[in-house]
Design a protein around this ligand. Structure first.
Ligand SMILES: [Zn+2]
Length: 1097
């Protein structure tokens, strides 16, 4: 038997016994006989006592009644003081609250109230009232308010009686309506007679009174009354006085309650005005200034902070316009959101509270009411969204189905002579490289270039183990640089520990002002200009001086590709990291441990701008909206720059000497979606803590509150042989700020909030150029460079690698489509048949430009698929991969976070895309339609994304049954036929991939996702395994990578693991060929059976 139930029955037995002893007073208390039958509450013959008999009227009480009531109160008090809340709730459910309240009214209305009865009664009321959500309402209905107020007034000088009355008032005012009624009846005036400046006497009474007052002020009418009567200033003075005298922190609850009063009043605009007029900001700020670290003051500090944030005058963002700094003329209309400048008027009831997000309650709740419950919509397949004959154009993108490979015959004999080294017939698995390899320069590595591509690692050996052999960097103290050999004077040390003194000198000699190291980029139309040659020469020179080898990257090719990349703002510069390349660090980085209370220190610093503005500079040092250049290079301040691919800093304001407010550009042709950032900083001093605040973030919470750090790339480090994006920054917080914007959403004016991401960076070198980004950048130009290098890297006799152009984007860029499979063994009819009958696999990525993690996962998948890993070979021999690595090139190029150049989320356009307005989606869908029309729908469709709120990697899929179950739909799911195969792939990934977790996967079909790739490909093309794969921006909280932030290696490994899972999926399917089963068995046996058990069918 349940323990609570046993308790409850015991209580009932005791009360039943009591009932037999003295039935009449119990009736007075309204507790009828039937209440205490020991029976399950669910049986129907069980009646609440209050319905059967209720004492009423003003009849006088006999002395025996009085004794009995006392006895009952005593027993009830005893009963309810032990055991669980369930006893009290049981009593409440039986009308106990009403009985006690009625008794109070009757007792209090007597000519001379009997306090011997009233006091225990009040104590019971306070106890029961705490647990009864409707207590205030009941007290109001039974007219218990007036009698209590009268008793309190009568007892102003009688401490004990007054205290009991206050306890009752405190529970009454738990209901806002009841509180308002108490206010009308003069409760606040009464309380102000009780609450005094600091004293050591009657402090229990003062505490109770302040708590009642705080509860009353939750009512707006009471707050308004408080403002009109000047209570705000009084409360401030009272708080100040208690704070000043209570040096031992003995009366923290009184001080907290006084602050809560102010906080409630500040929910009103008039309350905030009164607070500001009474110098509330200054008063509270100064009282808190020296005790921020005091643990015993925790409750006080947190309320002060809330009040300061609430009352901080709201203001619009310091921008000339809320729309993007870049506009692009889109054919057709532009979705317009009207925006206007705000006045304080707009913030009448800004009652939002935000608590310090230190605690790890980061999981986001999904909403069930978004689930699609219309079975028709779930099961029906809509017709084609375009004329059928249009599909024929995609035949040209599937040349593999018609190619006859006539050239194969003549070449087939050459296979043995084929010089493997000509192509880096690499065995590339994204994995850790030793520091020695990493730091190679030409002098040390002559003839070894490319070696690391040949490192023999098999993907199978990394299953569920990942890079776990790597040591995570030990937990670092604040500000410690993760650069292993960093010296703050900027003198270079290469990764082997040798000093490279010439670096600094050569940088100066060559007039390589490191601040302009973003190379001039010349668009094709200026090709007559002498600059390109100079630039190329300069880069050549730099590469000679600072050689390094980054697999699948080539700065010269990057430069050439960049000239063809078209941006709205016509970027002329390239960011150094994209050009030079990124090499993953030789270690994994732990998540940042958050120091307790760091957020409140940051917020106090923000408030200090208002209160002590003496050190405030407020100088705009960079702005896309002002004529360039803004900054005088002679000044001490940092220099910023963002006019390069994927860059999006809009404005930088130097707030204090070492603090900068930054605003990122919103998406082109939009006025929202700012979260991604990427910009350059230079002119720094080494090892100095600079605070950066990105003040116009949009999402209500972020992994930056849970261990994630931004990424940083130092040009000097790169030239020293460490061209690496690393996680950097400490004292990282993400919180709501005082900026507001009014915006009209669907005709209704609403208010938009902004959030600050703040972090501190100590740069590794003085006078360096550093790049800071939300996540490891991956530009469109990087992709185009990568694809060309990949294509050149494969042995064309073995690997079929073809680049097509899916379409041109609105911005005039080509959207690439890649086809990867194995070449047919020969051009014999059998081999050609096998080749053409290979099932398709379709993978897409980066529809959301801010999700650069998706591109790194894609990079890993692509490199793996063309590699000489035996798994990759099997995959090629058995599938044709159709890959669209970047569905939104324009968004990526122009530094958008979410949208296309039309300002639309392209992953909400799959239902009816337009060929002119959403060309990449239109043609991606067209290609899938075409495959479906020729009976070649893909085995798996997967769209790679990044997730900003959750950790790990996981899949979203589609299931009718799970959706209906989750929505508790009444539709019988037994009639719905559904292949449960959609769960197989995530289950395999859960076993294989270190970063992956099944527990975050979801297979629900949401209405709001009806127009996403996943749902449309599932419904319209009938692909049951249609997925979105989400990779955290942060890292993992499970598996081998638990506690680590993702580096690019882990993301790339995820891409390779995804490919491996496709093979495993096939091995588990009934349609799997014997030949594949045999080859796989051989391969897996060779891997010492590591995977044997995965193959158990
Ligand atoms: Zn996404």
């Amino acid at each position: 038997m349940n323990r609570d139930l046993a308790d409850q029955q015991k209580a009932a037995e005791v009360m039943g016994g009591l009932l037999r002893l003295s039935p009449s007073p119990l009736r007075i208390l309204g507790l009828g006989e039937a209440s205490f039958h020991v029976k399950s509450p669910s049986t129907s013959d069980y009646h609440a006592g209050k319905d059967t008999c209720r004492y009423s009227g003003q009849q006088s009480m006999s002395s025996s009644d009085r004794e009995s009531i006392l006895a009952i109160l005593q027993v009830l008090g005893d009963l309810l003081s032990v055991g669980t809340d369930r006893r009290i709730r049981y009593m409440i459910s039986k009308g106990g609250s009403e009985a006690l309240l009625q008794t109070l009214v009757d007792m209090a209305r007597a000519a001379s109230p009997d306090y011997d009865v009233l006091l225990p009664l009040f104590r019971l009321l306070a106890k029961v009232g705490l647990r009864d959500k409707k207590f205030g309402q009941k007290a109001l209905e039974l007219e218990a308010l007036d009698v209590t107020l009268i008793l309190a007034r009568k007892n102003l000088s009688h401490s004990q009686n007054l205290l009991h009355c206050l306890w009752a008032l405190r529970v009454f005012s738990s209901s806002v309506t009841t509180g308002a009624m108490l206010g009308i009846n003069g409760a606040m005036e009464l309380l102000f007679k009780v609450i005094t400046p600091y004293t050591q006497k009657r402090t229990r009474i003062i505490r109770a009174a302040t708590e009642v007052l705080a509860a009353l002020l939750k009512s707006k009418s009471n707050s308004r009354r408080a403002v009109n009567r000047g209570y705000v200033a009084s409360l401030l003075r009272l708080h100040q006085d208690w704070h000043h005298h209570d040096t031992a922190n003995t009366y923290v609850p009184i001080r907290q309650a006084l602050l809560l009063c102010l906080k409630h009043v500040a929910n009103l605009r008039s309350g905030r005005e009164a607070f500001l007029a009474a110098q509330g900001m200054e008063v509270l700020f100064s009282t808190m200034q020296n005790c921020l670290d005091d643990q015993s003051l925790e409750p006080v500090i947190s309320v002060v902070l809330q009040i300061l944030r609430q009352c901080y005058p709201k203001s619009p963002l310091p921008l000339v316009t809320a729309s993007s700094a870049y506009t692009f003329p889109v054919p057709g209309s532009i979705p317009s959101e009207s925006l206007c400048v705000l006045t304080e008027e707009d913030f009448e009831d800004d009652a939002d509270e935000e608590v310090d997000k230190d605690s790890d309650c980061e999981e986001v709740k999904e909403q069930d009411d978004d689930l699609e419950t219309d079975v028709n919509k779930l099961t029906s397949k809509p017709g084609l969204d375009r004329p059928e004959e249009e599909l024929m154009q995609y035949k040209a993108m599937c040349l593999e189905l018609s190619c006859s490979f006539e050239e194969l015959e003549s070449q087939s004999g050459d296979d043995l002579n084929f010089e493997e080294t000509q192509y880096a017939n690499h065995h590339h698995i994204p994995t850790v490289t030793s520091p020695q390899q990493h730091g190679l320069n030409k002098g040390q590595s002559s003839g070894k270039q490319g070696r690391e591509d040949m490192v023999q690692t098999s993907l199978l050996s990394m299953v569920k183990v990942g890079r776990s052999t790597m040591q995570p960097v030990s937990k670092k103290g604040p500000g410690m640089s993760p650069y292993p050999n960093m010296q703050s004077n900027g003198v270079g040390v290469d990764s082997s520990g040798k000093e490279i003194p010439y670096i600094q000198a050569s940088l100066k000699q060559d007039a390589w002002d490191i601040d302009v190291i973003s190379f001039p980029m010349i668009s094709a139309s200026f090709s007559n200009s002498p600059q390109p040659r100079e630039t190329a020469e300069a880069i050549d020179k730099l590469l000679q001086t600072h050689p390094k080898h980054i697999p699948f990257h080539d700065p010269c090719l990057y430069m050439a590709k960049a000239r063809r990349t078209r941006s709205v703002a016509d970027f002329k510069m390239m960011a150094f990291p994209d050009l030079w390349g990124h090499h993953p660090p030789p270690y994994a980085q732990s998540m940042l441990e958050r120091k307790r209370g760091v957020q409140r220190i940051k917020i106090f610093e923000d408030v200090r701008r208002l209160i002590q503005p003496t050190d405030i500079i407020n100088k705009v040092v960079f702005s896309l909206d002002e004529p360039w250049p803004l900054q005088d290079t002679a000044s001490e301040c940092l220099r910023f720059y963002s006019k390069f691919e994927s860059g999006n800093l809009r404005k930088a304001i130097q707030v204090r000497e070492l603090e900068y407010d930054l605003l990122v550009n919103v998406d082109v042709n939009s006025s929202q979606h700012q979260q991604w950032f990427y910009f350059k900083v230079s002119g720094m001093r080494a090892a100095v803590p600079y605070r950066f605040n990105i003040i116009n973030c949009e999402k209500p919470n972020s992994q930056f509150n849970y261990g994630m750090q931004p990424t940083l790339y130092s040009v000097k480090e790169a030239l020293l042989g460490r061209p690496t994006w690393i996680r950097m920054g400490y004292e990282i917080c993400y919180y709501k700020n005082h900026y507001r914007q009014s915006t009209t959403v669907m005709g209704r004016a609403s208010e938009k909030h902004f959030y600050t991401l703040t972090f501190v960076v100590k740069f590794p070198h003085s006078e360096d150029a550093c790049y800071l980004a939300y996540h490891y950048p991956y530009t469109y130009t990087a992709l185009m460079t990568h694809l060309d290098i990949l294509e050149k890297s494969v042995n064309p006799n073995q690997v079929y690698f073809r680049q097509d152009i899916l379409c041109q984007t609105l911005g005039g860029n080509s959207c690439p489509l890649v086809t990867i499979t194995a070449m047919p063994e020969s051009n014999s009819a059998d081999h050609l048949e096998q080749f053409r009958q290979r099932p398709y696999q379709v993978i897409t990525a980066r529809v959301h430009p801010g999700e650069s993690n998706a591109s790194w996962v894609m990079k890993g998948a692509l490199e793996f698929l063309v590699s000489s890993d035996p798994v990759a070979r099997l995959l090629r021999e058995n599938f044709i991969f159709k890959i669209i690595p970047m569905l939104n090139p324009d968004g990526v190029i122009n530094g958008n976070h979410r949208c296309s150049l039309k300002g639309e989320d392209l992953n909400r356009q799959w239902l009816s895309p337009s060929a002119h307005l959403q060309p990449t989606i239109y043609h991606a869908k067209g290609l899938l339609y075409y495959l479906s029309s020729i009976g070649r729908s893909p085995r798996v469709f997967c769209d790679f994304h990044g997730h900003s709120q959750k950790k790990n990697v996981f899949l979203y899929g589609c299931s009718i049954k799970e959706t209906l179950w989750q929505a508790e739909s009444t539709v019988s799911t037994s009639v719905v036929l559904e292949d449960v195969g959609y769960r197989t792939l995530p289950k395999i990934l859960d076993k294989l991939a270190p970063a992956f977790t099944m527990s975050s996967c979801s297979f629900l079909v949401e209405k709001s996702r009806a127009s996403t790739a996943r749902v449309v490909v599932w419904r319209e093309m009938g692909v049951s395994r249609s997925y979105t794969m989400e990779s955290s921006y942060c890292g993992c909280n499970q598996g081998p990578y638990q506690g680590l932030q993702f580096g690019t290696s882990e993301l790339e490994e995820m891409g390779a693991m995804f490919c491996l899972s496709l093979l495993m999926l096939e091995l588990k399917s009934v349609s799997c060929s014997h030949q594949l089963l045999n080859s796989a068995a051989t391969l897996l046996n060779a891997e010492e059976g590591a995977l044997d058990y995965h193959l158990q069918r």
